[in-house]
Write a protein that binds this ligand. Sequence first.
Ligand code: FAD
Ligand code: NAI
Length: 475
Amino acid sequence: MAQSFDVVVIGAGPAGYVAAIRAAQLGFSVACIDNWKNAKGEYALGGTCLNVGCIPSKALLCSSENFERVTHRFATHGISVSGARMDVKKMQARKDAIVAQLTGGIQMLFRKNKVAWLKGRGHLSAAGERYRIEVAGASGKETVDAANVIIATGSTPRELPGVPVDNILICDNVGALAFREVPRRLGVVGAGVIGLELGSVWRRLGAKVTILEALPTFLAACDDAVSKEAWKLFTKEQGLAIRLGAKIGKVTPDKKGVKVEFADGEGERSIEFDKLVVSVGRVPNSAGVGAESVGLKIDEGGFIDVDAHCKTNLPNVYAIGDVVRGPMLAHKGMDEGVMVAEHIASQAGHVNLDVIPWVIYTAPEIAWVGKTEQQLKADGTAYRIGQVPYLANGRALGQDETTGFVKVLADAKTDRVLGVHIISSHASELIAEAVMAMEFRASSEDVARICHAHPSLSEVMHEAALAVDKRALHI
Ligand code: FAD
Ligand code: NAI
């Protein structure tokens, strides 16, 4: 007989595992189905984020940044180091250990919360009073039934026609996080978040990195002031070669590497690389969930169609995370997981898609929340700006981290904070204050009247809020 659950979650990435844990906390019987297998061929929880996304990329970013600090930045502190070398295998082993610790941690959380982990591919096969889900795993097929279903099947890398990813020579994020040695010449297609983060990792370790970006503008989603500053830092100071407006032509793998033909403003050309990373966005993973068997609505982009509370067109079936509209970010998926579990328990829950922070973990980091200046202009919203650099901040000077600025955008009439844009070290941590301010509908004056620790990088946020009203004290 089929096992029965109150809630079955398909997918154990950050959206799915959080939904499963929260539903279990609320007293439901819960199963979570996942088909992820790690490099050892073992089933693993955590999805893209923990296995081949957020967590391993941040581990490599930290290792490579430490290497760059030792080799280029320590001298100014009077620390001289000679013969610094990077052991890539050891760096990768550290990253793998972090991934194993965290994915194992979710197994532990599932046990603690009595979430049943069903290993295999799940799909909806019948709808009625309850839903039937088939699970195809290593030990054959099993069927479970559920009163409520949460689909959290995530996303996969978008492929380029004629560019076959083998994750050895031509890689998506999976291969690009696992190089065993530093490629001498690394090509990256797409100057988005993955291209910049992973391009930075391998550049810091010695690769000559060329990024080919289709759009004529750099970091189009960021505030223009941030994109301009980032362009200057990443290209001129750090040496990432970024070619905008690049139209990729033939990509030919051969024994020496991979030849990429492309055309840009300077005409047609080709470059030989030792390895190529393709990072041109991700697509929702909605095929294979059994949508056609139960009449689940999928939109034109392949996203499962949901309302503001992640309800699909089917009663008691929800979808969350990368497989639905909104930014493809782990924290957005986790928040949706909590919201949906609480809705199933007849509680209230809400995710405000207008106040989701974004972070790009380059050095300096880029973080933002809310509207950019160009969006406010396009919307016809009158605004005031407070923009303050880190240059004169005591903590930034002490830490040798004076690059960048905070830009606060506030409504000209009400003073409500509409957007905050940061490019600086630790921007990923600093943005939390802005998110809090915006969720509480704070004005720039509210932020300006809050006491900020001295000396700290957060004082630049304080000064930027003061600068909105032209009363910054230290610039
Ligand atoms: P996923 O994490 O993709 O998980 C979906 C799970 O469902 C997978 O385990 C999959 O195997 C499983 N699955 C799919 N179909 C089925 C099925 N039919 N049956 C059973 N199981 C199934 N986001 C951030 O917020 N911060 C970052 O720093 C960040 N860094 C990133 C770095 C990289 C290199 C990449 C690629 C992504 C990064 N992201 C980051 C994005 C983040 O990883 C995703 O937004 C997040 O993982 C989405 O979570 P999810 O639960 O929706 O899906
Ligand atoms: P992306 O959407 O960030 O960037 C893709 C880039 O590729 C864009 O600039 C796009 O214009 C370009 N592009 C598209 N087609 C192209 C083509 N044919 N030739 C050249 N360039 C082309 O996508 P990316 O970097 O693949 O990352 C996927 C998603 O994963 C991100 O959007 C984000 O949601 C998530 N992510 C988040 C991170 C974070 O939060 N720090 C880190 C990494 C990924």
